[in-house]
Design a protein around this ligand. Structure first.
Ligand SMILES: *Cc1c(COP(=O)(O)O)cnc(C)c1O
Length: 367
């Protein structure tokens, strides 16, 4: 006997859209290798299923946040190599070297430890030199670039296969980004004299869609892969994710009745109220309370009433008399754009996606 209840809410992911989006990004930039970014459970889309869907698409790497995610890919039988985007703790570096995963390096101390570990394993550590061109998060600062060739020369167990940076403002500040590209070009031309550098990459989705980086050979799309563009674009991207729930209960409340905690909403007329099985514990932000959010039941937009509770929300279905208990509700999808939800929650779409909770089953379809 199972203790599972039928899912009150779930995430539906169309993997065919992911593959289509990758194709579209390649059509726009046929000169670039691709590193689909699948960190944070593939932006909530389900790490293993997304990686399996893209594994045979001829990509260079999967971008992951940490060695734990790389391990999950390995255990899922994924063949594409992981690239660990963020810095690794000293105690994590052995596993990286032993498995031949690729990682970034931002300091000489890190490099020296990777070199020692690779010597121990009689292998090479695959590293991408991280250069800080403005993000202020990781990387060698510009005044050190000229000396890196010399500094790395004794570290003979390293394979410096790439150079990596990251735009801090590709969707907000064009003139800064153009100057940053010049800076990155300078780094690449200096480093190319000393290292093989097969993979030269700085652009995530916004950079890829908005800018051209002459020296780059690879891009790291995350959001765009999932079908959402962070910038106005002519690219044909299809959102891959729908956030779904179901009506659990329908009642008609009289005029003057409060709805949910704090009674922040009071009915002004007899109101047919549907209770829906999703709440902030699932990642449906409490910030959306009383922000004029509408969700879709069978294509009819229904206003959310009062505050979001932990497991349930209430919606007004007075104008949708055909709605029944058990009906499906779309909270993010073709009828309810995620951009609108993010704006009403005072946040960005990345946070909405990655906030979708582990309680939500991920249902993968291909159509
Ligand atoms: C998350 C991340 C990306 C992907 O960013 P998007 O804006 O979602 O495309 C690319 N590179 C690095 C280093 C990242 O941390």
């Amino acid at each position: 006997m199972t203790h599972d209840s039928p899912a009150r809410a779930w995430v539906e992911v169309n993997t065919a859209h992911l593959i289509g989006n990758l194709k579209e990004l390649r059509r726009l930039h046929p000169e670039l290798k691709m590193m689909p970014v699948v960190k944070a459970n593939a932006y909530g889309h389900g790490l293993e299923a997304v990686a399996r869907a893209l594994d045979t698409c001829g990509i260079a790497f999967f971008g992951v946040a940490n060695p734990g995610e790389a391990r999950r890919l390995q255990q899922a039988g994924v063949h594409t190599r992981p690239f660990i985007l963020g810095p690794a703790f000293p105690e994590e570096r052995e596993e990286i070297v032993a498995n031949g995963w690729s990682a970034t390096v931002s300091t000489l101390e890190e490099a020296a430890q990777y070199d020692r570990l690779a010597a121990l394993y009689q292998t090479k550590a695959h590293l991408h030199l991280c250069v800080d061109t403005g993000m202020g998060r990781a990387g060698f600062l510009p005044d050190t670039w000229e000396k890196l060739g010399e500094a790395f020369a004794p570290l003979t167990h390293l394979c410096i296969e790439g150079v990596v940076s990251h735009f801090p403002a590709a969707d907000e500040d064009e003139s800064f980004t153009l100057r940053e590209i010049e800076e990155f070009e300078k780094a690449v031309s200096l480093l190319k004299q000393h290292f093989p550098l097969e993979y030269i990459h700085i652009a995530a989705s916004a950079g890829l869609l908005n800018f051209t980086v002459p020296s780059s050979t690879m891009a790291r799309p995350g959001l765009a892969l999932y079908g959402i563009s962070p910038v106005p674009t002519e690219a044909h991207l299809l959102p891959a994710l729908r956030l779904m729930s179901r009506v659990t209960l329908i009642r008609t409340l009289p005029a003057g009745h409060g709805v949910a905690y704090g009674r922040t909403f009071i009915t002004s007329r007899p109101t047919r109220v549907a209770t829906v099985g999703i709440g902030y514990a699932d990642g449906w932000p409490r910030k959306l309370s009383n922000r004029d959010v509408k969700v879709s039941v069978g294509g009819v937009l229904c206003p959310m009433l009062g505050r979001v509770t932990m497991d349930q929300i209430m919606i007004d279905v007075t104008h949708a008399p055909e709605v029944r208990e058990g009906d499906e509700v779309e909270l993010i999808g073709p009828h309810v754009p995620i951009e609108q939800i993010a704006e009403k929650a005072d946040t960005i779409v990345w946070e909405i996606l990655t906030g979708l909770g582990p309680r939500l089953p991920r249902v993968h379809i291909e159509e």
